[in-house]
Design a protein around this ligand. Structure first.
Ligand SMILES: *Cc1c(COP(=O)(O)O)cnc(C)c1O
Length: 427
């Protein structure tokens, strides 16, 4: 391809992707949009700069202004997440996990975690960060009905295995888990406790989920772009005042797993934290209310929504089942929904064994819908679109037209200091 053509092809595809999301109902639980002020921070000269080290202790000249930004950000993170230590440099949730594993374990140690089949993240798996650190993974016995570790069996496992680290937190997550009991068992055998809050970080900070740092977690990691509504990035947090531990955590980020840590995104995170301090409680509350409403509405349209007896969800996620285990019915449903203008992801449910071809379920999220101003009534409208697409099997182009007309009413970013378009710079 001609160089100029290549550059233009990329620009065209970027715009097409933006229009696709603008005109659709985006329900990927890990995704979100950024506010105008965050957008300005990440489209700045900071993009090209380096600031290895910590504020006031840099290896390069030219960092004074960034020192101001990072210092404000560290103090803001301590308030937002109610903790004594915060490192805001990590470039993603996975990078935060790599750093935490580096700080808290050494190769050959044993770690306990939630299996990926039960909703654990790939970074908790030997194929991911856990394997890169050379750890021996033991997964918790799982209560499929409650979608949480089988607490008695998991405590027994921890006492028997005596791991160096007990990791909790999931990518598929409907309810808080009994953290304190599990953390007590871990501490009893001298293990450290880590909570991976990648998905639910905004709900935790907004006071709408459990509060792992108050329930025994020594370290909490997370992404800055899922329910926490900032730019792509990560956090590394602890409420411990143990200085050697804090130093280890900082060193695990740099020189451990980052050199350039994307200064423009750090600045964006600090702006996002300012907006979170202003609007985060409200935003987190509305995300969860919308997820509950979505679960109820889908069930009353006739869908099989998981965890009905527990009220469907206490997080930003809802899980639906569309066929028998390993039938691939979730994959099929996700494809039909996309044709109808609804963006979701297939998800393995209890009983499914094939991640690519077999999932029978969908994982649905409300963070972005909430961010563009939808409330509990709009969740009922969306459940009706699901029914038209998947139960009545209406012509997809017809549903899509109505979805786009519906979505055109929700085009502004909410919970932000400066108002602006949710999907900017599109023709
Ligand atoms: C999404 C996720 C991560 C990874 O976060 P990235 O920011 O995408 O690297 C880690 N842990 C859990 C539990 C997640 O769901």
């Amino acid at each position: 391809m001609d160089p100029r053509e290549q550059a233009l092809a990329v620009q065209d595809a970027i715009n097409a992707s933006g229009r696709h999301y603008r005109d659709s109902i985006p329900m990927i639980a890990s995704e979100n949009i950024i506010s105008p002020l965050v957008s300005r921070a990440i489209n700045s000269d900071l993009h090209g700069r380096y600031a290895e080290g910590l504020p006031g202790k840099r290896y390069y000249q030219g960092c004074d202004d960034f020192d101001t930004i990072e210092s404000i950000g560290i103090e803001s993170a301590k308030r937002v997440f109610n903790c004594k230590f915060a490192n805001i440099q990590s470039t993603s949730g996975t990078v935060s996990n790599m750093a935490a594993l580096k700080a808290l374990t050494k190769p050959g140690d044993t770690i306990t975690a939630v299996s990926t089949a039960d909703g654990g993240h790939i970074s908790h798996h030997p194929m991911g960060a856990v394997g890169m650190r050379g750890l021996n993974l033991v997964t918790y016995p799982w209560n499929e009905e409650r979608m949480e570790p089988d607490v008695d069996a998991a405590c027994a496992l921890i006492r028997q295995e005596e791991p160096e680290l007990c990791l909790f937190g999931q990518s598929v997550i409907l309810f808080p888990i009994p953290m304190q009991e599990l953390a007590d068992a871990a501490h009893e055998v001298g293990a450290r406790v880590m909570y991976d809050g990648a998905h639910v970080l905004g709900l935790i900070a907004g006071g709408q989920f459990q509060d792992p740092l108050r329930e025994g977690a020594d370290v909490m990691t997370g992404s800055s772009h899922k329910t926490f509504p900032g730019p792509q990035g990560g956090f590394l947090l602890s409420d411990s005042d143990d200085e050697p531990l804090q130093k280890k955590l900082n060193n695990a980020i740099f020189p451990g797993v980052c050199s350039s840590y994307h200064l423009h995104h750090v600045a964006g995170k600090v702006v996002a934290m300012a907006e979170f301090e202003a609007f985060g409680k409200e935003y987190a509350r509305d995300i969860v209310a919308n997820a509950k409403s979505l679960g109820e509405a889908l069930a009353s349209e006739g869908f099989d929504v998981l965890a009905e007896e527990r009220g469907f969800t206490s997080s930003h996620q809802v899980l639906t089942r569309h066929g028998a285990p390993d039938s691939g019915a979730g994959r099929k449903a996700a494809q039909i929904l996309e044709e109808c203008g609804i963006i979701t992801n297939m998800n393995m449910l209890p009983g499914d064994t094939k991640a690519m071809s077999g999932p029978s379920g969908l994982r649905l999220g409300t963070p972005e819908l909430t961010r563009v101003g939808m409330g509990v009534d709009e969740m009922k409208d969306i459940a009706k679109f699901f029914a038209r697409a998947l139960i009545k099997q209406e012509e997809s182009s017809q549903v899509r037209e109505d979805v786009t007309a519906f979505k055109s009413r929700y085009q502004k970013v909410h919970y932000s200091i400066e108002k602006g378009p949710a999907y900017p710079n599109l023709d």
